[in-house]
Design a protein around this ligand. Structure first.
Ligand SMILES: [Zn+2]
Ligand SMILES: [Zn+2]
Ligand SMILES: [Zn+2]
Length: 165
């Protein structure tokens, strides 16, 4: 999420995506709208568990409907636990940093390249719809924890550009 850019109205967003306003959808969307970092289904389940009968399957089903409605984007990781974040004007596409040690995913500021790449590939007549740029390495916290064990050699962050169709 880009801080200080406001956020979408929950009800208007559901309406625009043609989704009825169930309390469960409202709870999941509220969690996503107010999240500072991308959330996994597990994170979301933790945040909405106070909202009555909602289980993992329901959260996955709601996330699938949000994705189909263009409300959120799904961010894939190497270990199979994907993350989700809002896909709206308050949160334009940007690169992400994935820590291979603590398996956290952080948003990075856009370097401005994404728009250029989309433009250039479009000119090359490819039907690009989404771009996902994903860096992998060790986050600051894991790096300092590892610094106490100099025997273990650390690999530098591996730039890993992914362009999904
Ligand atoms: Zn928004
Ligand atoms: Zn980490
Ligand atoms: Zn992000």
């Amino acid at each position: 999420m880009v801080p200080g850019m406001g956020h979408c109205d929950i009800h208007a967003t559901l309406e625009r995506a043609g989704l009825s306003k169930t309390s469960q959808r409202v709870a999941v969307l509220t969690a996503l709208v107010h999240a500072e970092t991308p959330l996994s289904a597990r994170d979301i389940l933790e945040r909405v568990s106070g909202e009555g009968r909602i289980n993992r399957v329901t959260v996955y089903r709601i996330l699938a409907s949000f994705k189909a409605g263009g409300i959120i984007r799904e961010l894939a990781t190497d270990h199979g636990e994907n993350f989700f974040e809002m896909a709206c004007r308050h949160n334009p596409a940007h690169p992400h940093f994935y820590c291979r040690s603590c398996r956290s995913l952080a948003c990075l500021p856009s370097a401005g390249n994404q728009e250029r790449w989309i433009r250039e590939y479009r000119e090359a007549d490819e039907a690009i719809e989404t771009v996902a740029i994903h860096f992998t390495g060790l986050c600051r916290r894991c790096r300092s924890e590892n610094a106490g064990h100099p025997v273990r050699r650390l690999r530098g962050p591996r730039g890993d550009r992914r362009v999904s169709p």
